[in-house]
Design a protein around this ligand. Structure first.
Ligand code: SF4
Length: 270
């Protein structure tokens, strides 16, 4: 088994004690197959018990361990350290967030918290703003009444449109990579809008008009710039931008068919 020494440059910041964030470096012998999460657990156990990071399932289903790994949003539990050498590094430069790919990976792994969320400590971010947006799109079924005597059956071909959006694990990688989230913190954002489309397109749901109003404000689907970062970065293959485009098309069709002028007043977040 190949073992190689890596240097981990880890973002450290405790708002209760520090004025500015710093990067602290840790050297670690990493065997083949070790993930970034396992490396963090080793560093925490053997070198620095004060290091804070979040994780739960270790199997890429809870989304808790999302962080910036060499400049790119990833799940630490499914990213192998040795594999990072095969990839280019990503750096974001300046306010326009231009991505620059670097080839010279020298065995240094930089770990940082997700962007566009407040840092609680080190690699742990405050997810409240993210979940508030999620709740604002009312991600639960609102079926038509009266309720049937038996269950509502859904044919596989009817489910195919909604299915990709059910794979979201709420990791917030898309929230971090979205440039509109950075410009407009009240923007509902790719994860919430993907969930919104999941229910909008569910054949059992009967609240289309109300749902479209929820996302048709100044911070809703019309705010998306179609950068597609969220689709590229999502670890579960959810396509938020596609859902946003389809939702916008539905809003346009609804306006045309009702001869509506101007927009309804949606609920606002924040
Ligand atoms: Fe994470 Fe993808 Fe869900 Fe965004 S859409 S929160 S990137 S799983």
């Amino acid at each position: 088994m190949t073992i190689r020494e890596y240097t981990f440059e880890i973002f450290r910041f405790d708002p209760a004690r520090d004025d500015e964030p710093t990067y602290r470096t840790y050297a670690l012998d990493v065997p083949e197959g070790m993930t970034v999460l396992e490396a963090l657990l080793r560093i925490q156990a053997e070198q620095d018990g004060s290091l804070a990071f979040r994780y739960a399932c270790r199997g890429a289903v809870c989304g808790s361990c999302a962080m910036m790994i060499n400049g790119r949003e990833e799940l630490a539990c499914r990213t192998q350290v040795h594999g990072l050498l095969e990839h280019t590094r990503t750096r974001y430069q300046g306010a326009d967030r231009q991505e620059v790919e670097e080839q010279d990976n020298d065995g240094t792994i930089r770990l940082e918290p997700l962007r566009n969320l407040e840092v609680v400590k080190d690699l742990v971010v405050d997810m409240d703003a993210f979940f508030e947006k999620f709740r604002a799109v009312e991600p639960w079924l609102r079926p038509e009444k009266p309720h049937p005597e038996r269950e509502r059956l859904v044919e596989p071909e009817e489910w195919a449109e909604a299915e990709p959006y059910t794979n979201c694990i709420l990791c917030a990688c898309c929230h971090s990579v979205c440039p509109v989230e950075e410009e407009d913190p009240r923007y509902l954002g790719p994860a919430a809008l993907a969930q919104h489309y999941r229910f909008l397109t569910d054949v059992r749901d009967g609240a289309d008009d109300e749902r479209l109003v929820l996302v048709d404000g100044a911070h809703g689907v019309r705010r998306c710039d179609f950068v597609w970062n969220c689709v590229r970065i999502c670890p579960k293959g959810v396509p938020p931008t596609e859902g946003i485009a389809k939702t916008r098309a539905r809003i346009t069709r609804r306006e045309k068919s009702s001869g509506e002028k101007g927009r309804p007043t949606p609920k606002e977040v924040g």
